[in-house]
Ligand binder design. Structure first.
Ligand SMILES: [Cu+2]
Length: 309
């Protein structure tokens, strides 16, 4: 998040992503130089006059066609392997452990260490401490990508891949699914929030706890509606009777920055809009629309969820 105006892939913020950005620059500049050489060669071939005869021998084919690619490609391969070798097999002393499952079309996030609890669509990590994230899928292939922090890694049914994230600065890092996984694939986003250690400890304490009980009568009305409408059949709110696992955990939904897997800012307006008609905001989404709710019922539900901090 250094804000140099570069695309995130080149504007990296951690040791898992920096070598990839360096390699990208080498490829961009190297590819540019080679393109220039080829354009000059093409110019000579077309309009070169006397130069044309000079370069037209078999020697040019051997140098330009065999020697040059073999030398540059071997060099590039050796350089690339050396540069990215440090990305695998690092032993970490005190990592944070998280399990992320690619769902259709959102992210199930299960924190394992330092505490066990479930959340969704946002991954919170401490600054300066590695996070080991196990990536899985129980449906189709997804791909986990936080360009500022690491390369892409696929989430494959029946196989668990592990990625290491290390953020050197606090910030909010953009993440996306990078493998076409069905209709709303482009609306399957998330964020990684890197917090300073003290804030992180405070966050873990609050996030691992049960939901706040409703603090006012409208919210209590919303909590009751949440039960009777069957929201709890798909959503878990820890500390209540809602134990559904088909959709994101909503125990602390109000503490997240976004809704709908990273696509909408999280506020009362978007909460209401989402519940009334998620299909309009995310066509193909696996949540039914609740368009028949009265304005008061919708307000009660929103007040309840907005209090789940
Ligand atoms: Cu996906």
């Amino acid at each position: 998040m250094s804000g140099k105006g570069l695309p995130p892939v080149l504007d990296t913020a951690g040791p898992q992503a920096d070598p990839i950005a360096t390699l990208s620059w080498v490829l961009i500049v190297g590819g540019g130089v080679i393109l220039l050489i080829i354009l000059v060669a093409l110019g000579i071939a077309l309009f070169g006059g006397a130069w044309r005869r000079k370069f037209a021998g078999e020697r040019m084919v051997i140098i330009g066609g065999i020697l040059f690619p073999v030398v540059t490609l071997t060099g590039l391969l050796t350089y690339g392997l050396g540069l990215t070798a440090g990305l695998v097999g690092t032993e970490d002393a005190d990592p944070v452990r998280i399990h992320v499952t690619g769902e259709q079309w959102w992210w199930r996030v299960e924190y394992l260490e330092p505490a066990r609890f479930t959340s969704a669509n946002e991954i919170v990590i401490p600054v300066g401490r590695p996070a080991l994230i196990d990536l899985a899928s129980d449906n189709v292939i997804h791909s986990f990508w936080v360009p500022e922090l690491a390369g892409k890694l696929d989430m494959i049914p029946g196989k668990t891949n592990r990625i290491r994230l290390l953020a050197e600065e606090p910030g909010v890092y953009f993440g996306a699914c990078a493998e076409y996984c069905g209709g709303p694939h482009a609306l399957m986003l998330f964020r990684v929030r890197a917090l300073p250690p003290a804030d992180y400890a405070r966050w873990v304490r609050r996030e691992s706890g049960s939901a706040m009980p409703p603090s006012e009568s409208l919210a209590a009305e919303g909590a009751a509606l949440f039960q009777t409408l069957g929201c709890g059949g798909c959503h878990q709110v820890r500390g209540t009777r809602s134990r559904g696992l088909a959709g994101p955990d909503l125990t602390h939904v109000a503490s997240r920055l976004h809704l709908g897997a990273g696509i909408l800012p999280n506020n009362k307006g978007t909460l209401g809009g989402w519940v009334a008609n998620p299909q309009r905001l995310k066509p193909g989404v696996k949540m039914p629309a609740y368009s028949a709710l009265s304005a008061r019922e919708l307000r009660a539900l929103v007040t309840y969820m907005d209090g789940l901090e």
